[in-house]
Design a protein around this ligand. Structure first.
Ligand code: HPA
Length: 283
């Protein structure tokens, strides 16, 4: 179990390299790390230099914080994340989010690669999350399990207002303005690392999931626990296979390939959201 001092040690290591007044954090998912290239005046800090930070072992996930400005706003960008399926505990997976909190981040924007379960979703569409189903959590893997630090957040946080309404509106507007094909929908989080069977895909659809993936929800929970505002977006990298005996199978290469199309699209949305946030803050 991590203690407050562990998070503060990581904060100290980051602050020793740059003191930056960022209020917005961005987490980049599989194949989406290219978004960090747009950060200006960037200072990069490898996760291996930050005590406690989990290092991703997955191809397509570099491991570094990129700190600088985007659309004129100071941001801390996490290029690459750790996943539960890599063997990290849910608490380890959310360690960087809590460090972001102690660094002063108030708004967290998360991205991920996800499979399209909703039959209306196409490869390279963007889904803005308006809700989630924490399937991994229901199986007993919630990052808030264990002793609760009351200085961080409450023992029983509510989850009915998880995805901030204003941020979703900003994201939808930015998608429209940039002609990005988008949806609003429900993300279901499974542990992975296997992709789903056709029967599982039909189950997810029945249960109300529009997209499926292996990340994000742990981090969203930790962020909400600590009182951050959250926006999350899925880049749809593949259409999920819901019938047996087709010649198709989902693979990581197609996920990374679609990521290339998604980087400029999600980048345009994030830039639009940052502009809207700056305008709202200036009022
Ligand atoms: N399933 C789970 N996770 C994923 C998928 C998928 O089809 N695509 C990208 N991440």
């Amino acid at each position: 179990m991590f203690k407050r001092a562990d998070y503060l040690a990581a904060v100290e290591a980051i602050r020793s390299q740059t003191t930056f007044p960022a209020k917005v954090g961005v987490v980049l998912g599989s194949g989406l790390g290219g978004l960090a290239d747009a950060v200006e005046n960037a200072v990069s800090i490898p996760y291996s230099e930050i005590p406690g930070f989990p290092v991703s072992t997955v191809h397509g996930h570099a491991g570094e914080l990129v700190i600088g400005t985007l659309e004129g706003s100071p941001v801390i960008t996490q290029r690459g994340r750790a996943h539960f399926y890599e063997g990290y505990t849910p608490q380890q997976v959310v360690f960087p989010v809590r460090v972001m909190h102690y660094l002063g981040i108030e708004t967290l924007i998360l991205t991920n690669a996800a499979g399209g379960v909703n039959a209306g979703y196409k490869v390279a569409d963007v889904m803005i999350l308006n809700d989630h189903i924490n399937f991994v959590g229901m199986m007993g893997n919630n990052p808030l399990m264990g002793p609760n630090d009351e200085t961080l957040g409450s023992r029983f946080p509510g989850m009915s207002q998880t995805y901030d309404r204003d941020l979703r509106q900003y994201a939808l507007r930015a998608a429209q303005e940039n002609n990005v094909p988008y949806h609003e929908g429900v993300y279901m989080c499974l542990s992975g690392p296997t992709f789903e069977t056709p029967a599982e895909i039909r189950m997810i659809r029945l249960l109300g999931g529009d997209a499926v993936g292996m990340s994000t929800v742990h981090e969203v929970i930790a962020a909400r626990h600590a009182g951050m505002k959250v926006l999350a977006m899925s880049g749809i990298t593949n259409e999920c296979i819901d019938a047996i005996d087709t010649p198709l199978d989902t693979n990581h290469e197609e996920v990374l390939e679609a990521g290339k199309l998604l980087v400029p699209r999600m980048s345009a949305i994030i830039r639009g959201v940052l502009r809207s946030l700056a305008q709202a803050g200036a009022k």
